[in-house]
Ligand binder design. Sequence first.
Ligand SMILES: Nc1nc2c(ncn2[C@@H]2O[C@H](COP(=O)(O)OP(=O)(O)OP(=O)(O)O)[C@@H](O)[C@H]2O)c(=O)[nH]1
Ligand SMILES: [Mg+2]
Length: 333
Amino acid sequence: MSKFIDEVVIVAVAGHGGPGSISFRHEKFAEFGGPDGGDGGLGGDVYFVSDQAIQTLDKFIPLKHYKASPGEHGEGKNKSGSKGDDLTLKVPIGTQIFDSETDELLYDFVEEDLVFKAVSGGRGGKGNAFFKSSTHQAPRFAQDGEEGDFKNLRLTLKLLADLGIVGLPNSGKSTLLSKITSAHPKIANYAFTTLHPNLGVVKRESDTFRYTIADIPGIIEGASKGMGLGLSFLRHIERVKGILYLFDATSLDVLHELKMLKNELKSYNKTLPTKESIIVLNKIDLVNDEEYMNELKASFPKNTKIISISAETGVGLEELLDKIDKIFFKKKK
Ligand SMILES: Nc1nc2c(ncn2[C@@H]2O[C@H](COP(=O)(O)OP(=O)(O)OP(=O)(O)O)[C@@H](O)[C@H]2O)c(=O)[nH]1
Ligand SMILES: [Mg+2]
């Protein structure tokens, strides 16, 4: 599996302008014609483009200089040099680009196919034809091209999920993601199987309505103080519309766990635990006791949106998806 890189500093370097040309006209009957050296071409620019097909920033090599091409030399016969080739770098949706020196946010790729010009190529130098004047008929000099801009950029990826799945380790978050989307996260019967967020797309109503859902690493008490995997990955769900709190229904104190999760979220970002949510009780195939499940549900405050499922066997998944449509996306069935 490729490493999940969600922050990287690189240098974007635009192309140098091409030098102007020093040239004199050579014509059949005029041995010493006037100056005709053309201008150098503009240097290439560096662009970033958001692309749905890209998921991570791992293609970027830290501190590498990403360079556009220099402009071409000017030529005789007043021919300007052509512009240097631009460099276009693809980034995943959700990437933010900061100036790493000032920390200023330069661009936020909130959707597909957005284009950001990070640095501009240097101007081409003037050819000697430009410098001809009444007093200076045959200038024997031309300008060099200007240097291209360069910037130190910090690229940060915040997954742009519509919904996030939050829960303790081993509650079945990745299993649920794998059942309702085509994502293939690692699933195993131990804590902290998931080390970085996974994103999946839920397709509804024959492809016309879809949304993204993020499965994030498990959260334990004290995560805000660095326990377990900490909470830094929560930045990937800061902008979600809603949260699925997922629990192992065989756990002894689901209510306490919910309180703990919300407290941890709150210490990361006060608004996170106030988002619209659904309580999802998973692994009901292991409980197999309707009375127990009813009591468990009844122990939550009134008006809590709650559903029981088995991510593994598929029980309740259709109902969960319907509830998600209605609660988070206000869809009517
Ligand atoms: N019986 C049963 N087992 C389940 C169910 N859902 C998940 N599991 C199992 O529970 C274990 C943990 O599942 P994961 O999906 O990896 O759990 P997770 O919440 O992503 O765990 P972390 O990534 O470690 O936080 C695996 O062995 C799953 O097969 C379920 O509905 N019923
Ligand atoms: Mg997992």
